[in-house]
Design a binder for this molecule. Structure first.
Ligand SMILES: [Zn+2]
Length: 148
């Protein structure tokens, strides 16, 4: 059976600040991120079933990403929890302040999202590629083939 890839894009708005960064990104600012999730697998042959002819039901993927990623990060402020930013106690004033154990760069956010997605996929689907676009000209990419 031939394997194919399907992908779906998602967008969310998020603010962050990079502690100690030697540039403008040390200030709190926001981006509209585009997350692209690509899955690899075989097309199901289930005549009469809802998923007949599909690798995966796009609505299932949409719900997974929405629940595990978008609802967490959309309109959140994400900061490095191992920095003095935690002392600002912004979570007392805002509902969605997330402190990561790492710098909240596009690259680290991508790796966190990849780990989450990998843990939630059924065994017949392979997470093949994930990209997180931070600006119209900058994105981070994770590819299964680079991570054997
Ligand atoms: Zn930024």
């Amino acid at each position: 059976m031939a394997k194919i890839r399907v992908n779906k894009q998602f967008t969310f708005d998020m603010a962050h600040a990079l502690y100690n960064h030697n540039g403008a990104c040390r200030n709190i600012h926001g981006h509209t991120y585009t997350l692209t999730v690509t899955l690899l697998g075989e097309v199901k042959t289930n005549p009469g079933k809802s998923d007949d002819g599909m690798l995966v039901d796009f609505s299932w993927l949409k719900e997974l990403v929405k629940t595990e990623i978008i609802s967490v990060y959309d309109h959140a402020l994400v900061l490095n929890g191992n920095s003095p930013h935690r002392d600002l106690k912004l979570d007392r004033s805002f509902d969605k302040v997330i402190y990561l154990d790492v710098q909240p760069t596009c690259e680290n956010l991508l790796l966190i999202m990849v780990r989450k997605l990998k843990s939630d996929l059924p065994p017949d689907l392979t997470l093949q590629y994930v990209s997180l676009q931070e600006t119209p000209t900058a994105k981070a990419e994770w590819c299964f083939d680079d991570n054997f």
